[in-house]
Design a protein around this ligand. Sequence first.
Ligand SMILES: Nc1nc2c(ncn2[C@@H]2O[C@H](COP(=O)(O)OP(=O)(O)OP(=O)(O)O)[C@@H](O)[C@H]2O)c(=O)[nH]1
Ligand SMILES: [Mg+2]
Length: 210
Amino acid sequence: MPAIDAQERTVRFKIVYCGTPLSGKTTNLRQIHARLDPQGRGDLVSLSTAQDRTLFFDFLAVESQAIPGYRTSFHLYTVPGQVTYNATLQLVLRQADGVVFVADSQMDRQRDNVHAFQALEANLRLNGSSLDRLPLVLQYNKRDLPNSAPVEYLEFLLNNRPVPHLSFEADAKNGRNVLATLNAITQAVVARFQEAREQHREVLRDVIAA
Ligand SMILES: Nc1nc2c(ncn2[C@@H]2O[C@H](COP(=O)(O)OP(=O)(O)OP(=O)(O)O)[C@@H](O)[C@H]2O)c(=O)[nH]1
Ligand SMILES: [Mg+2]
């Protein structure tokens, strides 16, 4: 559930970018930061090692007019892909409203993508959540590289389910489809929130009518 402040009329959603090491999660946030009007976003906060690897997480807040009458902000986090930081993944995933899974399209990274996806599902389970309840958007990144696996293969490996998740081909380094991915996940989390609100209203109506 997002954080709601009825007095201040603000709603805040948490979106987590995860995926295999070096798939391009931090690059996504850098591109979003570079492409949005500074008035509608905060500073990009990154905690990296000297080799530019994400140590704990990156953070960027962006705002939009998604819910009439409320200031809506989306807090974007990345988690480092390295498995040694699994505890971090679990911590950052806590209370997430939506997830972007950034996959590395290179053929030799497919096993790592699958492991990272399994780690995501396992960590969500530990948090009492699951991808049946949480909106997820897949991003097949690094499509510019010549050793990219066919998109159909990525779909087969990562998105083979009765109701597939939305997916985007991207080249985050050049910004391609970075904002399309962001739009898709923010729309999905807002839609999920509106559904829950409607269900709440129906329950309240039933209680009052009883
Ligand atoms: N060719 C190409 N390189 C990319 C693309 N996206 C990211 N990269 C490069 O891949 C490397 C890793 O990118 P990061 O954004 O740091 O990856 P990350 O997923 O945040 O990595 P960790 O936090 O260490 O898990 C960098 O050298 C990026 O410039 C892309 O679409 N195409
Ligand atoms: Mg990173």
